[in-house]
Design a protein around this ligand. Sequence first.
Ligand SMILES: [Zn+2]
Length: 318
Amino acid sequence: MYLILNYNAHKKKQEKYEQAQEKQDIELKANQTIRVKMSKTGEIVAMDINDYLRGVIPAEMPPSYNMEALKAQAVVARTYTYRKIQDRAEGPDADICDNFNHCQAFYTKDKLFEIWRGRGFSEDTIKEYWDKVAQAVNETQGVVITYKGEYIKAYFHASSPEKTEDVSQIWGGQRIDYLVSVESKEFEDYQWRNSTVELSYGDFEQKVVQNVNSRYRINNRGDSPVICINSYTISGRIKDVKIGNDIVSAEKMRTIFGLRSTNFVLKCENNKVIFNVIGYGHGIGMSQVGANYYASQNMSYKDIIKHYYTGVDVIKIN
Ligand SMILES: [Zn+2]
């Protein structure tokens, strides 16, 4: 869900590997064995891609979601993994890791069951969820997303009501044909469709001092801070904000103030800076809440994928 907080670090690492050795044209199979690095212990565990995916899907998407949404997530996660292998993004010893900041979240079956029990799910519900995840993986065996014959960079996020984002608007501005802004119809009652972050002027000032400009001060006690939207992205999200004389990217605003997305309106009211935030995540590629909505309207997982990734092919490998 929070794939690319660490995108730049990851990109640098990837470039290093591409320089160090030629990208290998590895032929990947539907029952590929992959090496998963456990980030806590550093241990590397080899497993079948399908076993791996059964531990990824419920870590990244609520297993209560509709089956076609879970299948879409399975295909996205498989594609994401194969692309990582081809890019050698995890280095020479492993193919992928279980850190959601770097790769994808992954839990073992035991750990998942423990988490679900901790949430108070009944044993029947736990069995039902595990069976759903297994079905989503089994019924999409070997299915991957390609563009011009290459595995796509299958980014996804939790929710972007109305529209997804164009990748060229963030992470350095590189355009990718299949990661453009598309409509995203979503459930109105999703819990993070709207969220609010409020700070007193004093707290706001302190955060700006710590993260943006050490000399930043709000003029007088009781004055509202000088803050305004500087520019918008193609999809209408915030691109950057002006605070005093400093331009701050919306991605940085997200980190500093803990905003769920860069789609927000801000106002100063009652001695508070208030961010009203829409959706959750970076907004690139497939929206999970959107996928679940389209699945509820009887759209197939293939059509959901083709909706969110413009112009791609959904193919099956052996
Ligand atoms: Zn990783």
